[in-house]
Design a protein around this ligand. Structure first.
Ligand code: BGC
Length: 390
């Protein structure tokens, strides 16, 4: 009898223990991706494998207000960035391909990418440093554009950075001689999505040989969400001069005042207002594809340099940078062949880039601010895109 009682007791105890265990298991059940995505923070996921067999990761950063940014380790590419309109509706405001293959097979428009080692063009892909001539990969007519097979096509190592705002640090080390450039160049691009709806981008680079560096970001903005073009966006740039270009889009060396020309954005103006004006520079660029020099270009301070406004949605983006200039590219070469993530194809001028930077072809133009980086020095640069509504 005693034995039976003990047996029942043991059975009940183990049943109790088991049920406690089950309960506990339920309490610690991992959240679904959907549950997690609603909270601020960072989620890491697999993005896929490139044709060369490299595994790509995707990081989703969400801030406390619900703004969300997706970044992949290939090219440090921002594949998506949401921002609220005047009714609080969040929509994706950067262009991105519908198909991963378009990222994996070369990202022809440089959508969303971190650009290096030299953003923009270097004439004939040639420059000299200390009497030695370097030949870079030529990939844009006779010139080298965005570093040849640049950082946009390389795989970065990603680390989450602890702090009040979701932050991700991407590192890529370009080899000495890669694409023709001298020096092993360690580059760190840090993206922070702040809780007051700003995307902060911090760049750092160090080299072990004298080299040239000009880093930027190549997101195409369309603040309307899924609008067809950016011609109705109002742009303002604190820039009183621009760099005229030759037929291959290399600066002639002149710094031309914008006053009285279609290039005057010193007060806000619709992008489409003068884009079809009869103008030799607009003809050469097929629209706007030029470098504007900030009126206040002799500082390394982070300051307001321009803004972009889309009236219908109310979305407003302010640009701050430590850089002396900006390439405003009105998406003229987008040719209707790539599937858009919002449906249909991306047409000419469906997005615009505001690429903060040093001047194009500076390694060949001694009058332009230098882009030379020497061993022992640290390249630093910061750009902030701040989102709000008006
Ligand atoms: C350049 C354009 C080029 C584009 C590539 C821009 O930075 O200024 O000329 O076509 O990048 O997507």
């Amino acid at each position: 009898m005693k034995k039976i009682k003990i047996g029942i007791c043991l059975l009940m105890c183990s049943a109790l223990l088991f049920s406690c265990k089950t309960d506990k298991k339920e309490e610690t059940m991992p959240e679904t991706t959907e549950q997690q995505a609603k909270k601020s923070g960072i989620i890491k996921a697999d993005y896929g494998t490139t044709p060369d067999g490299a595994k790509i990761e995707k990081y989703t950063l969400t801030n406390e207000k619900g703004m969300k940014m997706e970044v992949i380790t290939l090219g440090g590419i921002i594949t998506s960035l949401t921002a609220p309109d005047k009714d609080g509706k969040y929509e994706d405001i950067v262009l991105g391909y519908a198909k991963k293959e378009d990222y994996f097979n070369g990202n022809p428009y440089f959508f969303g990418a971190a650009i290096g080692r030299y953003g923009n063009r270097i004439a004939k892909g040639k420059f000299s440093l200390d009497g030695k001539q370097y030949q870079l990969t030529v990939n844009d007519g006779p010139n080298s554009l965005h570093g040849g097979k640049g950082f946009d096509k390389r795989i970065f190592t990603a680390e989450e950075v602890a702090g009040a705002n979701p932050t991700i640090r991407l590192t890529y080390t370009a080899k000495d001689g890669e694409e023709g450039y001298p020096g092993n160049l360690k580059t760190i691009v840090t993206y922070t999505l702040t809780n007051d709806n700003a995307l902060e981008i911090d760049y750092e680079a160090v080299t072990d040989k004298k080299t040239v560096v000009n880093l930027t970001q190549h997101s195409y903005f369309n603040l309307s969400g899924a609008g067809k073009t950016i011609l109705d966006h109002e742009l303002q740039l604190n820039a009183d001069r621009m760099l005229p270009v030759d037929a291959t889009l290399i600066p002639t060396g002149e710094l031309k005042p914008v006053a009285g020309t279609p290039f005057d954005f010193t007060t806000a103006k619709q992008v489409g207002k003068d884009i079809n004006a009869t103008d030799d520079q607009l003809k050469k660029g097929g629209g706007y594809d030029h470098c504007w020099v900030f009126t206040d270009n002799n500082t390394k301070d982070l300051r307001h340099v321009g803004s972009l406004y889309h009236k219908t949605s109310g979305r407003y983006m302010e640009v701050y940078t430590t850089e002396p200039a900006i390439q405003f590219y009105s998406g003229n070469f987008i040719d209707g062949t790539k599937d858009s993530k919002t449906g249909g194809k991306y047409e000419k001028r469906s997005g615009l880039c505001l690429e903060t930077q040093h001047y194009p072809d500076a390694p060949n133009q001694p009058k332009f601010p230098t882009t030379v980086l020497s061993p022992g020095e640290k390249y630093t640069s910061k750009t902030t895109y701040k989102f709000s509504v008006k």
